[in-house]
Design a protein around this ligand. Structure first.
Ligand SMILES: NC(=O)c1ccc[n+]([C@@H]2O[C@H](COP(=O)([O-])OP(=O)(O)OC[C@H]3O[C@@H](n4cnc5c(N)ncnc54)[C@H](O)[C@@H]3O)[C@@H](O)[C@H]2O)c1
Length: 397
C-alpha cells in the first residue's frame, strides 16, 4: 500500500518558496517532547530548502496547566490532556509520540489509522509482542513510520557506518558497547515511570540498552544468540518497589560471525550520559564516545605514520564532506546532542515529502520491533541462565 500524500490533510503551500507546510501533533511536553519540538523548529533554517515547513499544531500531556504552559513556550496552537484530540485533529499530519513506553502502542496505532505519519520514541514497545503489534498495525495503514533511534543520526556514527559500508574498516570482529548513567546511584532517588515494569517494560535495558542494541544492528548486523545478566541493586525506593533492572550485561553472537558485549546501567557514579562503542575489524578499530560526540578515535592498520608510531588518531567529524556537516557551521564549530533530532526529523520529513523509505538509515518500526526481540531475549537469558537464540518474526506469519 502506498503512503498517503502529504497533500491529503492539513496541507498548506508556501507560495513564496513552494515548500509545503506540514502540521505536527506531539504527545508529551517533557524531555522528548521538548527535544523533538526544538528540532522541528531548527530544521527550517538548518536544512535549506527544508523538505517541508513545520507548523506546531497540537500538543498533549497529562497535566493541564503544564501542557498549556508547554504550548505557549514551544509555540503549539492547541493543547489538550487527551491525546485522542491530537490524533483526530485534521490539521495534524505527523503524530510524534514522546510519551512513556506504555503510551506508545495505542496512540501511535490510532494516529496511523487516522492517516497520520508517525514517529514513536524508543523502546517501541514494552515487550517484543507489543512492538510487533505496533509495527503490524501501523504497517497495514501505509503511512510513513519511524522509530526514534536518534543515535543513528550523529554525524560521527554515520561516518562509522559509511566506513563499514565502503569497506574501509573491513569485516567486524568485535562490537563492544556500553551505556552508563548515574541518576539512580542514590538509594533515596524516588521511583518514577522508568522504574515500573508495567509502564516501562524493563529498566536500564529498554531505556539505555535499546540504543546500543539498535546501533549493534545498524552497524554490525543481526544478533543471533545472547547470554546475559540483569540486576536490581535497590529494590525499595521512596515511592515504591522497583521491578525492573538497574543494569544488564550481555554477550552476543552476530549472524555474520562477530562477537559483541553490551552493557547498560543507571548506577555508575560519575557517568552522565556515557554511551560508548568500540568496533574492532579486520582493518582497524574505531571508538565513539557520546560525551565527545563529534570525534572518533580511529586506528587503521598499516597506515602512516608508520611502524614505529602506530596508534589511534582523533578524527574531528566536522568537515563539509562529513555526514550532515554541509548544513552546519565552519569546521570545528561544533554541534550537540540535540542536533541528532534535527537530522532524524528532517529524515522523516524528506521521506514523507519524497515518498522515500525510512530505512536503512532511519530506524523503521521493524527495527524497533527487532530491537525489542533482542531485549526480550536478554531478559530470558538472564532469567534462565541459558544462552538464547533470537528469532525474528515477519509480518503476516
Ligand atoms: N531517544 C532518546 O534519546 C530518548 C531519551 C529519553 C527518553 N526517550 C524515550 O522517550 C519517551 C518519553 O520519555 P521522556 O524522558 O520524554 O519522558 P517524560 O516523563 O519526561 O515525559 C513524558 C511525557 O508524556 C506525557 N504523558 C504521559 N502519559 C500521558 C498520557 N496518557 N496522555 C498524554 N500525555 C502523557 C507526560 O505528560 C510527559 O509530558 C520514552 O519512551 C523514552 O524511552 C528517548
Amino acid at each position: 500500500m502506498s503512503s498517503p500524500s502529504f497533500f491529503t490533510q492539513g496541507d498548506k503551500r508556501s507560495d513564496a518558496a513552494d515548500i509545503p507546510t506540514v502540521g505536527v501533533g506531539m504527545l508529551g511536553y517533557a524531555f522528548m517532547g521538548r527535544a523533538h519540538t526544538n528540532a522541528y523548529k531548527k530544521i527550517g533554517y538548518t536544512f535549506w530548502p527544508p523538505p517541508m515547513n513545520v507548523e506546531l499544531v497540537h500538543i498533549a500531556g497529562r497535566n493541564a496547566q503544564a501542557v498549556e504552559e508547554a504550548a505557549r513556550r514551544y509555540g503549539y496552537t492547541k493543547h489538550t490532556t487527551n491525546w485522542h484530540d491530537v490524533v483526530n485533529d485534521p490539521d495534524v499530519l505527523i503524530f510524534d509520540n514522546g510519551g512513556p513506553n506504555d503510551q506508545h502502542l495505542e496512540p501511535t496505532v490510532a494516529a496511523a489509522k487516522a492517516g497520520k505519519h508517525v514517529i514513536c520514541e524508543k523502546p517501541l514497545g514494552r515487550t517484543a509482542d507489543e512492538a510487533f503489534d505496533l509495527w503490524a498495525e501501523v504497517a497495514a495503514t501505509g503511512v510513513k513510520a519511524m522509530t526514534a533511534f536518534n543515535y543513528r543520526f550523529f554525524p560521527a556514527i554515520r561516518l562509522v557506518k559509511e566506513m563499514l559500508d565502503d569497506g574501509t574498516l573491513g569485516d567486524v570482529r568485535h562490537f563492544r558497547a556500553r551505556y552508563h548513567q548515574e541518576w539512580l546511584v542514590d538509594p533515596q532517588a524516588p521511583t518514577s515511570w522508568r522504574l515500573s515494569k508495567e509502564v516501562a517494560g524493563s529498566g536500564a535495558l529498554g531505556d539505555l540498552g535499546a540504543h546500543i542494541v539498535d546501533l549493534a544492528r545498524y552497524l554490525v548486523g543481526e544478533p543471533s544468540t545472547v547470554s546475559a545478566n540483569t540486576t536490581t541493586f535497590t529494590v525499595q525506593r521512596p515511592g515504591g518497589t522497583v521491578d525492573v533492572d538497574d543494569a544488564f550485561d550481555a554477550l552476543v553472537q552476530f549472524e555474520g560471525g562477530a562477537l559483541g558485549t553490551l552493557e547498560a546501567t543507571r548506577v555508575a557514579p560519575g557517568r552522565k550520559n556515557h554511551m560508548r562503542f568500540e568496533i574492532s575489524t579486520t582493518n582497524g578499530t574505531v571508538i565513539f564516545d557520546q560525551e565527545r560526540m563529534n570525534e572518533l578515535q580511529l586506528h587503521l592498520t598499516g597506515t602512516s605514520p608508520g611502524d614505529h608510531a602506530q596508534g589511534f588518531r582523533t578524527v574531528l567529524v566536522s568537515e563539509t564532506y562529513h555526514p550532515y556537516w554541509e548544513n552546519w557551521w565552519p569546521h570545528g564549530h561544533m554541534i550537540g546532542w540535540e542536533d541528532s533530532f534535527v537530522h532524524e526529523l528532517e529524515h522523516l520529513l524528506s521521506a514523507i515529502r519524497n515518498d522515500t523509505p525510512i530505512g536503512p538509515h532511519g530506524a523503521t518500526l521493524e527495527d524497533g520491533y527487532r530491537c525489542a526481540e533482542i531485549t526480550d531475549a536478554v531478559l530470558r537469558a538472564a532469567e534462565t541462565g541459558q544462552r538464547q537464540t533470537i528469532r525474528y518474526r515477519e509480518l503476516g506469519r
